[in-house]
Design a protein around this ligand. Structure first.
Ligand SMILES: [Zn+2]
Length: 60
C-alpha cells in the first residue's frame, strides 16, 4: 500500500494514514478501532498457530 493518506477530521488536510496525530494541527487521530482489529487478528493467529502445529503432529 503505497503512501496511503487520510483526511484530518480537524483541519481536513491530507495526512499519512498511519499518523497518530495530525502533523499540521496536532489533532489526535482516533484509530483505536483499526489497531484493535489488527491486535485481534494477531492474537488469533498466535492462538491458531500452535493449534495447527498440534493438529499437524497428531495427524502425522
Ligand atoms: Zn489536522
Amino acid at each position: 500500500m503505497p503512501d496511503a493518506t487520510t483526511e484530518c477530521p480537524s483541519c481536513a488536510l491530507e495526512i499519512p494514514a498511519d499518523a497518530e496525530t495530525c502533523p499540521y494541527c496536532g489533532y489526535e487521530i482516533p484509530r483505536q478501532k483499526s489497531s484493535l482489529k489488527t491486535a485481534a487478528i494477531l492474537f488469533a493467529l498466535l492462538l491458531i498457530w500452535p493449534l495447527l502445529k498440534v493438529l499437524d503432529w497428531l495427524l502425522s
